[in-house]
Unconditional design. Structure first.
Length: 242
């Protein structure tokens, strides 16, 4: 009986150890470093004999996208000092960027959602400052861009077709829509942006000589909108973008 109880206890300890390790795997080292970097911390006290001291490290812009360079600038307690050089350490999502050495991260290096900060040290001849760190900033979403090309002639009655194009710097999946379709018969494919519309003389007569079609594209967070204008003239009409 005692042996059976010991075996059960041993198996329970193995299961508990497995669950603990499994839980640790959900929080990798990079994620832990990120949380540590995001924790507020007091600025280190300056020693009286410190020849150099960085009072702040600022990143610009404060709300970057993938289209922006991110630049780090240090503020010294003595701005009149000359010939001061700096060392940089850049971090993204808790991991040091070994291939970034200078004062900026070039656009396109990071993806949307990345969390970034920079550590800087000032150097003047044989004197060095303590490392100072910037605030943590996040690379934000970039809205998609809608491209509306020229339209050709369309016969009435006939089938109108037009394909709206769009691009997204973050390479997000895009969805097209018609916010206020001028007629129940008009439709747009949400993935391809292809607009189809079975036009009849009755539809043209009811809508008038000019019809605006509003087109929108979304990346799930931001939206871009544009308008194409159909100018009707008798049974053949030309379409143009204003």
């Amino acid at each position: 009986m005692m042996r059976k109880a010991f075996v059960v206890l041993f198996m329970a300890m193995i299961a508990l150890s497995f669950c603990s390790k499994k839980g640790e795997e959900k929080t990798p080292l990079a994620e832990r470093r990120f949380h540590e970097a995001n924790e507020p911390r007091p600025a280190p006290a300056r020693s009286e004999d410190a020849p150099l001291w960085i009072t702040a490290v600022r990143l610009s812009p404060e709300a970057p996208t993938v289209l922006d360079d991110i630049t780090a600038v240090a503020e010294l307690d003595d701005p009149a000092l000359e010939n001061v050089s700096f060392q940089y350490e850049w971090y993204a999502n808790g991991q040091e960027l070994d291939d970034v050495w200078g004062d900026k991260i070039e656009k396109g290096k990071l993806k949307r959602g990345s969390w970034v900060y920079c550590r800087m040290k000032a150097v003047l001849e044989d004197a060095e400052s303590e490392w100072a760190r910037s605030d943590l900033i996040q690379v934000l979403n970039t809205p998609p861009a809608l491209q509306l090309g020229p339209l050709g002639e369309i016969q009435v009655p006939g089938d109108f077709q037009y394909r709206a194009a769009a691009s997204d710097p973050d390479e997000d999946d895009l969805t097209f829509e018609l916010p206020s379709p001028p007629d129940p018969g008009i439709a747009i494919d949400p993935k391809s942006g292809l607009i189809t519309w079975a036009l009849s003389e009755e539809v043209v007569k009811r809508l008038g000589e000019k019809v605006e079609i509003k087109i929108a594209v979304s990346d799930g967070e931001a939206k871009a909108e544009g308008t194409i204008t159909l100018q009707f003239a008798s049974t053949t009409k030309k379409s143009e973008i204003p």
